[in-house]
Design a protein around this ligand. Structure first.
Ligand code: NI
Length: 167
């Protein structure tokens, strides 16, 4: 297992669109293990492959308090959604920035696990918002891009200052 490097906004690679997984092999399972370890180490509640510069439709999420219930979604697809949620979101690619985005409160997601087994998941609340956030990453979209241009400009300024400080 390995801790992977997480891309930081506004890295252009965060805008790449992920391709569906067609082969469920050992390298996919290694990617899932590494992503899970990277998410726990960060620590975060979700990670999309896009964020570690792998442009495949793979996400891992764990919103449990004990951090022992990872959910792996390969080729996720929302087949039903309802309600409105505005839980505050953060992102490992946009450290220190939190804001609310309009999301569906409940979703039904169809996906595969890392072994290729199809399943359907009903999610609400934080899990629902987290899955929608990570699925946006697979489409090349970062949550701050829903915010006003002024807010986005402030975020870019703040993040470039952080980068200079850590350099
Ligand atoms: Ni994110």
């Amino acid at each position: 297992m390995a801790i992977l490097n997480i891309l930081r906004y506004p890295d252009v690679r965060l805008h790449k669109v992920a391709l569906p997984v067609t082969v469920f092999d050992g390298s996919l399972r290694t990617l899932v293990q590494d992503m899970t370890e990277t998410m726990y180490a960060a620590p975060g509640v979700g990670l999309a492959a896009t964020q570690v510069d792998v442009h495949k439709q793979v996400i891992v999420v764990d919103v449990s308090d004990r951090r022992d219930s990872p959910v792996v979604l390969v080729n996720p697809e929302i087949v039903e959604s309802s309600g409105l949620s505005d839980i505050e979101e953060g992102c490992l690619s946009v450290p220190g920035i939190y804001d609310t985005v309009e999301r569906a409160e409940r979703i039904r997601v169809r996906a595969h696990d890392q072994h290729g087994k199809a399943f359907t998941l009903e999610a609400q609340g934080l899990l629902s918002v987290c899955i929608q956030h990570e699925m946006d990453h697979l489409r090349g979209k970062v949550f701050v891009e829903y915010l006003s241009p002024l807010k986005q400009q402030r975020i870019r300024t703040k993040l470039s200052k952080q980068l200079r400080k850590s350099a």
